[in-house]
Design a protein around this ligand. Structure first.
Ligand code: GUN
Ligand code: FE
Length: 505
């Protein structure tokens, strides 16, 4: 039993703080589940009433418990070059950096050292569950699964499948891909664990023939496996697929749909160019999206409008996409998700302004604008960059409205764009926990502190002063927000999966 402050987001947009709470967890052998969550003051009598006996460990002052993070998209063999190779568009990046590095995993000694480092890094950053791409080859990917298993992480792992458009040293026949996938599923099932699971993993449409997709769809159905891949991730992906598959209008979603790969156990990364109809199809199939905002800034051309996807009823989790995203930290993914959502709004404002015929507000051509009185300022010169209307919170819509009404344009459209809602830090935290749980169909098992759920949790030290400082005016929520925005692995002092302690510092 642990007694202290628990922070979680069981509902989208809401962060709940459970102060002075006792959380009782069953032993690892009995499933590491949360048996009770009791207000501290009633703990003794309640425990007696429930017939529970446990030593109660007090969580030290200044520390908070939060659910473990769920990384819904990470490429294990790419970790060695995370933080480099940031200079090329997707297709060149794959050819130039990715395929040679992934191929190196065939050296099992190399693979072991590499994967051990990655798994240690994921755990120290608070990732308790990960949906992981291995490499093309069977043996190194089996080793990856073994390492995740030994480390005690919760993981969904796949052997990457590719039968076209790759280098000749990094491609397999359709048949070999299918055989090795079946052997991989068998290997993981043989580990006899509830924590590590096989995932059917076509890399993406440009590297997979329809025959391979079809075969993988059949395996996924037959062996009741999760599926992971990339969908509509960039304009160069879409252009390539348009060339390859005019028969389906060049759309990834149609190819995956035909192969039976859009299932309720499927998690597709990116989806930045998905149409409304395609989002509806994903929602109907119960297929989830892994939102990988940092990697999108590099490859996607367009930021994902994550609120649009959620509004369409699509399940969404967050992914680091190492090494397309250079950081293996889910805190970094949360921050990037908030920024990406702000970029979506900027694009809408820009488009509406262009349509309305407005010139760039940072040039001197526009007339002086008056800010609303509550901003506490008088007239502001339109050419002062620091006073750009979109940088003044609370007054965006009004400031946008005061733009000159251009001939044939609509100031109302600009106002509407400026008033668009963006993702909050609370919502980004939800995506990293409950959202991730939903993408895997584990919403009743993971993602928040509730009786009956598995205890996958982090102990956060919010008082060490290593990465941020707490002041007397800060509430517990402020402290938690500082952790999300300013914290890093130094603040994550302990990590549990299914009630078992994986790391402690
Ligand atoms: N699309 C196909 N393969 C990859 C990959 O390894 N990383 C990313 N970000 N996109 C991909
Ligand atoms: Fe990826």
């Amino acid at each position: 039993a642990l007694r202290g402050t628990f922070v979680h987001s069981p509902v989208f947009g809401e962060v709940q703080v459970l102060q002075d709470t006792v959380c009782i967890v069953s032993g690892k052998r009995s499933g590491g589940k949360i048996l009770a969550l009791i207000p501290g003051a009633d703990a003794d009598s309640k425990m007696e009433e429930l017939g529970l006996q446990a030593a109660v460990h007090q969580i030290p002052e200044g520390r908070l418990m939060c659910p473990g993070f769920i990384d819904t998209h990470v490429h294990a063999p790419q970790y060695s070059y995370a933080g480099t190779a940031t200079d090329r568009p997707l297709m060149q990046w794959l050819d130039h950096y990715t395929f040679p590095r992934e191929a190196q995993m065939q050296d099992l000694k190399e693979a072991k050292a590499h994967y051990n480092k990655l798994v240690e890094r994921l755990i120290s950053n608070g990732t308790t569950t990960a949906l992981v791409f291995g490499s093309l080859h069977l043996e190194p990917t089996k080793l990856l699964a073994d390492i995740l298993h030994q480390a005690g992480m919760r993981a969904y792992v796949g052997k990457v499948c590719m039968d076209r458009n790759s280098k000749n040293y990094y491609v397999q026949s359709t048949e070999q891909n299918l055989q090795d996938t079946e052997a991989f599923v068998e290997h993981i099932r043989g580990l006899n664990t509830v924590l590590v699971h096989p995932v059917i993993t076509p890399r993406f449409v440009p590297c997979c023939t329809p025959a391979l997709l079809q075969g993988l769809g059949a395996i996924a159905q037959r062996s009741i496996c999760h599926v992971q891949s990339h969908i509509s991730e960039s304009l160069d992906n879409d252009a390539f697929v348009a060339q390859l598959h005019p028969e389906v209008g060049g759309r990834d979603a149609q190819l995956y749909e035909r192969a039976g790969l859009l299932t309720q156990r499927t998690v597709m990364a990116h989806g930045v160019t998905l149409t409304d109809a395609e989002l509806r199809l994903l929602a109907e199939r119960g297929t989830a999206l892994a939102h990988c905002p940092l990697s999108n800034f590099y490859f996607a051309d367009i930021p994902l409008d994550v609120l649009r996807c959620l509004a369409a009823g699509v399940k969404v989790g967050l992914g680091t996409d190492v090494a397309g995203g250079y950081s293996p930290s889910m805190l970094s993914a949360m921050r990037s998700a908030v920024l990406a959502s702000k970029a979506v709004r900027m694009l809408h404002i820009d488009a509406a302004r262009r349509q309305a015929g407005c010139s760039n507000p940072c040039t001197a051509q526009e007339p002086v604008r008056t800010l609303p009185a509550e901003e506490g300022s008088a007239a502001v010169g339109g050419h002062q960059e620091s006073q750009h209307p979109s940088s003044l919170s609370g007054s965006r819509a009004e400031a946008a409205l005061q733009l000159p009404e251009p001939a044939g344009g609509s100031a109302a459209a600009v106002k509407a764009a400026a008033a668009r809602r963006t993702l909050s830090y609370q919502e980004a935290f939800w995506l990293a926990t409950m959202g991730g749980a939903q993408t895997l169909g584990l919403q009743d098992q993971l993602g928040s502190f509730e009786v009956g759920k598995d205890f996958d949790a982090l102990m956060i030290d919010a008082s060490s002063g290593t990465t941020f400082d707490i002041f007397s005016a800060d509430s517990l929520l402020d402290t938690f927000e500082k952790f999300v925005n300013l914290g890093d692995d130094r603040c994550i002092r302990a990590v549990w999966v299914q009630g078992g302690l994986l790391s402690w510092q």
